[in-house]
Design a protein around this ligand. Sequence first.
Ligand code: SF4
Ligand code: SF4
Length: 247
Amino acid sequence: MARVVVLGLASDFGCQVQMTNMEDHLLDVLGAIELEYWQLAASGHMPEDYDVAIVEGAVTTEEHVELLKRVRETASTVIAIGSCAVTGGIPALALSGDLEDRVGCVYGESGALVACGRILPMPVGAIIDVDYHVVGCPIDPAEFVEVLHRAIQGLRDAVPLEPMCATCKIAENTCFYDRGEVCLGLVTRAGCGTKCISLGRPCTGCRGIAADANFESAKAIVERMGADLDLLLERAQLYNNARKDLS
Ligand code: SF4
Ligand code: SF4
């Protein structure tokens, strides 16, 4: 049975909370793993040895870097869950502007975080190899269980490569660009079932930029449809600010 640990870096622990919401799928998983440590839900210490490490949150301190290196040496499988871990997510917004100023705003000039060895925020994959990814903010419990199964069975990672417009059409949503409104679904990884769009809200890109997305074509479409290109670029930063190629 796979020995599993769950740990969090810089995040609001929302994805670990989502894991507690997987009652419907719990029985599928319980027989296949031994949950040895869960940072959110357990009071014990992380064991020295384990097989699968599930990591939530962005890397923002030297301690995170050292922890991840130890995790990679120990675990045969590393799963990054949530936008913070996969793309840098919301913590990576701190990459815009002056980080010192931002820390000073919150903690004052002496900056309590100075003692924590803070570094510029980055995704887990910037420090260690990641074997499996569960994208989204927060993650979907059913998708998490599916990826965990894939990991335990040694199947390949299956994050969708394509943007979500095709599935959006299948879902028979009216495209926001028909109304001149910006939607990040043009470039965002499919796989959420067009959750927000089907509820009448444009996609804000929480699953990250799709590997097959063509950002240049997307920009041309936005201009052609008379939507606000600056707004597209601004919204694309929300979960993808650690990327340098979106401008
Ligand atoms: S841009 Fe958004 S609303 Fe339009 S088809 Fe793509 S995902 Fe759907
Ligand atoms: S529609 Fe976009 S913002 Fe909403 S859950 Fe899907 S990827 Fe995330």
